[in-house]
Design a protein around this ligand. Sequence first.
Ligand code: PLP
Length: 392
Amino acid sequence: MNIEVSKRLSHFQTGIFAALNEKKDALVKSGKKVYNLSVGTPDFPVAEHIQNALIDAAKDPDNFHYALKDLPEMLEAVKDYYKKRFGVEISTDEITSVNGSQEGIAHIGMALCNPEDVVLLPNPGYPVFEVGSFFGRAQSYYYDLKEENNFLPRFDEIPEEIAKKAKYIMVSYPYNPVCAIAPKSFYEELIAFAKKYNIIIVHDNAYSDIIYDGVYGGSFLEFEGAKELGVELFSLSKSFNLTGARVSFVVGNKKVIDAIKLLRSQYDFGMFIPIQKAAIAALTGPLDGVKAQCAKYQERRDVLCGGLRSIGWDIRDSQGTMFAWAKIPEGFSSSQEFCMELMEKTGVICTPGDAFGSMGEGYVRFALVLPVEVMREMIDVIDKSGILHSRS
Ligand SMILES: Cc1ncc(COP(=O)(O)O)c(C=O)c1O
């Protein structure tokens, strides 16, 4: 039988990641040491009290039934956490769980958009942002994030006719991949812009606990008027190392939350109860481990960014996130060319910036997922390979 799958799938490409993986497998097979800094999954352990909550809950057979909805005590835990951590008052009907921010962002366009709508997306962009717009059958409009603007958008560069058609704008700080944070004035500007054009704000907040040099990492909902205009995706993946558990929340405007809940009720029977219990333990438990972990990420950031600078690669210090974003060395014609050569010569795997959109060309992203000793060794390997100065 000739099976034809949806033409819509041709929208998605696996290109560069498949090529990187193939090359990595070949290197490993050949016995070469590999330093894999391409994937943003934390290598730190999950706190014991969170593991125990999951294990205890998994011992009760009743907890294997369909959850159907968020446990009231989990919603209370999110509500209390927002008050304690960010000083933000929300009610439990302004919260819904999602199976990771990835899932929430992928589906938010379906909950909000009609075909004539425009979605404003950052370039470079975390890839699922575009998926949300595509699934919502909306038109994507990209606003540029440039290094000279500290990777913040220039709202005055968004044409008025686009702004008028925009249904929602995706924003995210601290931002993966560019590793920049946003000042308070940015959020005030964002809120004024969204208010003027009646645009919903969707703030992806995955890294408020991984922010460097003593800067405060907060919530979009702390700003006056935020809840009237939008929602925030609040992920437990990175703060609590729960990436595989798929637990995140959308918090904020009730109308948006209700739309997400209605949509989700059509394809999901609720989050596995032991994971809900683990989320409660994370949110109500001690947070000193989260702070200590941020300090460890900062040490890695210092070793990686400082180390690369010391061997002649002039890269910016990350301000937040578990990544570093670096301009490729002189003489290379593209991020992909540099990544492939770096991998061949040194075994170091990073992500080419163009995987995040056209404005990512000329950059690469490193994930801070190796211990400092291994990072130091890796920097030495890069230095000895001569790749940084091979084309200049
Ligand atoms: C900016 C950003 N948003 C969302 C996600 C996905 O988070 P989750 O694990 O909650 O799906 C990530 C994960 O790397 C991310 O970097």
